[in-house]
Design a protein around this ligand. Structure first.
Ligand code: 2P0
Length: 353
């Protein structure tokens, strides 16, 4: 998986991980440090939105680096985003040391095809790619489940981006039992992202989750309902019934946003344009199109549909929303692959389906 760069004390690997969109949401932690969620969640990994990350470790005590450096889309990270990656790399260094092959500081280069921090889940693809590249560069040979658990420590939703297609993240009760795995099924799904505003969000999802758990009178009811929602979603997938999956996904998302809005102070990621977009989704659905809306920690609206109907659904949403939502962009994404890892000089090899 990884190889020393010629003539240096550096070992490097590159990984590609794709964004996932939750159909049954993760919102709220039972344990902050291990990132154990209050609810299990279900997502679809997408094809065209992904993060590519290369990690090169120096040998411990090696020459050159005196700290971790991270370049995101060509710019050096600093402050808390850098610290979060440093803490994650410490986990990988700890494991490498335990395995008897310690590594030193890292040089990380990462590129997103996703607008960062815009509610398009760049932390999910980002930490999944970092888990894949860092563990391979450190010489750790982790199973997909171990990679999912490791990615979870960076960002909860990253546990799901280890896998392609539909994935369920079991909440579990400790580090070992909280991991994602693929969900089999024949539904050929697509998601249309309505990019309403690609700017960074005012409140991080981490802070917004904390606030919801601590203060929302509606949170516990949503958690309880979420278990039923997941059962219904898995049953719909097993039956190949996109309408049932879409209906329960939309309702689960509204429940999450309702709980946020009754937190104190309230968290409101949706804008008037988000509501206009969701109304348009409902209108085309009432006219017979397979289309259901879901929204995350940002104003953008994602529309679940079938892969075959995706282009037509996109065209009719564009028809309704162009000129109504200024600057609207749309991205049609279909089911995408799981994590891929390669050595810097080698060919890409899929690690999971
Ligand atoms: C999800 N979101 O299931 C939910 C729905 C946003 C709304 O997971 O604190 O970046 O790093 O574990 O994974 C966003 O939260 O949060 C998220 P942390 P994460 O996709």
């Amino acid at each position: 998986m990884s190889e020393p760069l010629p003539g240096s004390d550096v070992v490097a690997a590159t990984a590609v991980a794709h964004v996932n969109i939750a159909l049954i949401k993760y919102w709220g932690k039972a344990e902050e440090n291990l990132i154990l969620p209050r609810t299990s969640s279900l997502s679809l990994t997408l094809d065209d939105l992904y993060t590519t990350t290369t990690v090169a470790f120096t040998a411990p005590g090696g020459t050159g680096a005196s700290k971790d450096t991270v370049m995101l889309d060509g710019a050096a990270l600093s402050g808390s985003p850098l610290n979060r990656i440093h803490d994650f790399l410490d986990l990988v260094r700890g494991r490498a040391a335990q395995a008897g092959s310690p590594v030193g500081f890292a040089r990380v280069e990462t590129f997103n095809t996703v607008p960062t921090a815009a509610g398009l889940a760049s932390s999910a693809s980002g930490f999944a790619a970092l888990a894949g590249a860092a563990s391979a560069a450190a010489g750790l040979d982790l199973s997909p489940r171990e990679l999912s658990r490791l990615a979870r420590r960076g960002s909860g939703s990253a546990s799901r981006s280890i896998f392609g297609g539909l994935a369920v993240w079991h909440a579990g009760h400790d580090d070992e039992s909280s991991f994602a795995e693929p969900v089999p099924g024949d539904l050929d799904l697509a998601i249309i992202v309505l990019v309403i505003d690609a700017g960074p969000k005012a409140v991080s999802s981490r802070e917004a989750m904390r606030r919801t758990v601590a203060t929302s009178p509606d949170y516990n009811a949503w958690v309880e309902r979420s278990a039923d929602d997941l059962r219904e979603a898995l049953s719909a997938i097993a039956a190949g019934n996109i309408a049932r999956l879409g209906a329960v996904s939309e309702s689960n998302a509204w429940g999450m946003h309702a709980a946020m809005r009754s937190a104190m102070p309230p968290v409101n990621y949706l804008t008037a344009n988000s509501i206009t977009a969701v109304d348009a989704v409902r209108e085309i659905r009432e006219a017979g199109a397979p289309a259901w809306a879901t929204m995350d920690a940002g104003p953008n609206v994602k529309v679940l549909t079938s892969a075959t109907a995706a282009d037509e659904v996109e065209a009719s949403l564009r028809g309704r929303l162009t000129g109504v939502i200024p600057g609207l962009r749309t991205i049609v994404a279909r089911s995408g692959p799981g994590l891929e890892v390669r050595s810097v000089a080698g060919a890409i090899a899929p690690m999971t389906r």
